[in-house]
Design a protein around this ligand. Structure first.
Ligand code: IZC
Ligand code: ZN
Length: 413
């Protein structure tokens, strides 16, 4: 058999396999690829008979190979930005207070409704390029800045079209339950019925989203609202995600376990019982330490406690215009390390295999093992510790997507 591409002499290959400790590091190894799929990753040199005339050989001495990074929580498609809220934030006006005043999410809703699909795609396209050169090969994208039928569909269609036209794989989530729109103010039940009757059937029928997410938070959707929305969503075939216990403890983690959500995200204020319930139910925790930093909350999700309790912990950017305006998972690595006290190996696994679990893609991506998609990153760093240690810059040298080089020398090819 002849391989299409082989990375050789890598100082470290972080396989991130489920059956391995830490990030499953192989020293001085190779990774061989054929037909967009991983053939093998092992120490030493590849078998001679795999190397043919047309095999592309990539020398990786002094470098580290990881699976393509998986960003399992973003609000990718939206109009406008919110830098004008910075002075308010610095004065100490809380996030939920700004939302109550019609700012925050609702100001992004205004900008998103005003933008054409092309304009939304152009802005998101820029973000996707930034993600790719920073090593992200799969990203989750939530709607939720339209709230009305037309704009929610516009945003979900934009994500689907972007998925088809560029390298980063996009997994779509319908998040109509992100805020109560102005025309339903004081009438949450009316808005929920509108989603049930109009938006959700359309999204399900046209396969515009695989997941459904709810912002379960004080002043937004209550745990009881969330339960009702989840029941309906399950009947319609959506997999479930929840913004749980981000700011106010509302037993969102317990609810995620009760409803068998694929992931529960944020979890800063999750209770010990909620963490135990999640472990038992196999709900993946998606922690978002960039948001803790950006909201100046002075606390982080208890990732260590979750890991010790047997919860699978992923880490994502939460890329959005309000609480985490960054596309870079490498930036988030710093907060994960120094805020949540996770080791670099835990962080890499949380941004690859565990991210894949949060998207129900663990069978096809997230680790370097035979038969999985050849989504790979070569970092210009001798080991994974170095990537996290030398912070604030992009260490990505090469990105390989489905077996093809898509970023080389930090540039999209
Ligand atoms: O636009 O503020 N938390 N939703 C829930 C967000 C943050 C995004 C935003
Ligand atoms: Zn979010």
């Amino acid at each position: 058999m002849i391989a299409d591409l082989i990375i050789i002499n890598a100082s470290n290959v972080a396989t991130c396999r489920d059956d391995q400790q830490g990030a499953g590091i192989i020293e001085n190894g190779y990774v061989a690829v054929k037909d967009g799929i991983i053939l093998e990753a092992a120490a030493g040199s590849p078998p001679k008979e795999w190397i043919g005339e047309n095999t592309q050989i990539i020398e990786a001495a002094g470098k580290t190979v990881t699976p393509g990074l998986v960003d399992a929580h973003t609000h990718l498609v939206h109009g406008g930005s919110r830098e004008k809220e910075l002075p308010l934030k610095l004065k100490g006006v809380p996030y939920l207070e700004i939302l109550k005043m019609g700012g925050g999410i609702l100001s992004t809703v205004t900008n998103t409704r005003a933008a054409s699909k092309e304009q939304l795609k152009e802005k998101a396209r820029k973000s996707l390029r930034e993600m790719l050169i920073n090593g992200t090969t799969t990203v989750e994208a939530k709607s939720g800045y339209g709230l009305d039928m037309e704009t929610e569909i516009k945003c979900l269609e934009a994500a689907l079209e972007l998925d088809a036209e560029q390298s980063v794989d996009i997994v779509s989530t319908y998040m109509g339950a992100h805020a109560i729109p102005e025309n339903f103010k004081g009438n949450t039940q009316g808005y929920i019925e509108f989603m049930f009757d109009k938006v959700m059937p359309y999204v399900a029928e046209h396969k515009l989203a695989e997941f459904l997410d709810v912002f379960c938070e004080e002043g937004v959707f209550s745990p009881q609202d969330t339960r009702v929305i989840f029941q309906k969503a399950r009947e319609m075939g959506f997999k479930l995600k929840i913004h749980a216990d981000e700011i106010v403890p509302l037993q969102g983690a317990e609810l995620a376990a009760e409803m068998n959500a694929v992931s529960a995200d944020h979890l800063l204020a999750a209770s010990d019982k909620g963490i135990e319930d999640m472990a038992r139910a196999g709900v993946t925790a998606v922690t978002l330490p960039g948001t803790s930093f950006y909201l100046m909350l002075g606390k982080y999700a208890q990732a260590r406690k979750m890991i010790d309790a047997g919860v699978r912990v992923a880490i994502a950017t939460d890329y959005n215009p309000g609480t985490s305006p960054t596309e870079s998972l490498q930036t988030i690595m710093s907060f994960a390390c120094f805020g949540m006290k996770l080791t670099p190996e835990e962080i890499i696994k949380a941004m690859t295999l565990n991210g894949a679990y949060a998207l129900d893609r663990q069978q096809t991506i997230g680790s370097i093992e035979k038969g999985k998609k050849a989504d790979l990153v070569i970092f210009d760093a001798p080991n994974v510790d170095y990537i996290v240690y030398h912070y604030g810059i992009n260490h990505v040298d090469t990105v390989i997507k489905d077996g093809k080089v898509v970023v080389k020398n930090r540039q999209i090819v």
